[in-house]
Ligand binder design. Structure first.
Ligand code: URA
Length: 187
C-alpha cells in the first residue's frame, strides 16, 4: 500500500474525536494525488457523508461552476476539508475536532505537495493560516507559506446563502487563475 492509500485507510478508521460517532463515511479527499492546486473546505455535509467524496452536494456543484468559469479542470486538482467527518447538523467544527484532524491534512500536504492552495471559507482560513484573519476582510489576498501560495475565498455555501458575494468570489477565481498561469502550473 502506498503512503496515500495508507492515509485514506487510517482516516476511514479514525476515532480521534467525537465526529466519528455519527459519521456514515469519513471523507479523506478526492482528485489528483500529484495536483499542483489543492482546495480545502470545512467539513463534509450530508451528501459527502453518504458518498465519501468531498463537495458533491449543492455547494460542490457551485464550486464546479466557479472553477469552470475560469477554466480550471476539477479533475486536475485535489479537494479536501479541515475535518474529515461530518459535524452534526453541519455545525462549524470545534477547535478540538480540527486539532484532532489537522495531522491528516499535514500528511496530505506532504504527499500531494501542492504549489497553490485555495481555502474555501472562514474555517479553512482559521486553521490553515491564522485565527486572526477574517474571510470578509482577508479573502483574495495571497500569502506565501513554506513555498506554497495560499489564498482564501468565500465558501460556496456562503455564496448560496448570499449571492451578493458572487462578484468578489469571481474576482478571487480570476486571481487564482492568474497565479496558476504566472507559476506555469498544469491545472
Ligand atoms: N462543504 C465543505 O466544506 N466541504 C464539503 O466537502 C462539502 C461541503
Amino acid at each position: 500500500m502506498d503512503r496515500y492509500e495508507e492515509l485514506v485507510k487510517e482516516i476511514a478508521l479514525c476515532k480521534n474525536c467525537v465526529l466519528h460517532e455519527e459519521r456514515n463515511m469519513a471523507v479523506a479527499g478526492s482528485g489528483s494525488i500529484g495536483a499542483d492546486l489543492m482546495l480545502i473546505g470545512e467539513g463534509p455535509g450530508a451528501e459527502e457523508d453518504k458518498n465519501g467524496v468531498p463537495f458533491v452536494g449543492a455547494a460542490g456543484r457551485l464550486l464546479t461552476d466557479m472553477l469552470d468559469a475560469v477554466d480550471i479542470d476539477r479533475d486536475k486538482l485535489y479537494v479536501t476539508n479541515i475535518v474529515k467527518c461530518r459535524p452534526p447538523k453541519n455545525r462549524t467544527p470545534k477547535d478540538e475536532e480540527a486539532a484532532a484532524c489537522l495531522p491528516y491534512l499535514q500528511r496530505q500536504l506532504e504527499i500531494i505537495d501542492p504549489k497553490v492552495i485555495l481555502l474555501l471559507g472562514a474555517t479553512a482560513l482559521r486553521y490553515v493560516l491564522s485565527p486572526n484573519l477574517r474571510i470578509t476582510r482577508d479573502r483574495g489576498t495571497w500569502h506565501q507559506v513554506d513555498g506554497r501560495w495560499i489564498m482564501a475565498t468565500f465558501h460556496p455555501a456562503a455564496l448560496l446563502r448570499d449571492p451578493r458575494k458572487k462578484p468578489d468570489s469571481f474576482d478571487d477565481m480570476v486571481s487564482l487563475k492568474l497565479k496558476i498561469r504566472e507559476l506555469g502550473l498544469d491545472v
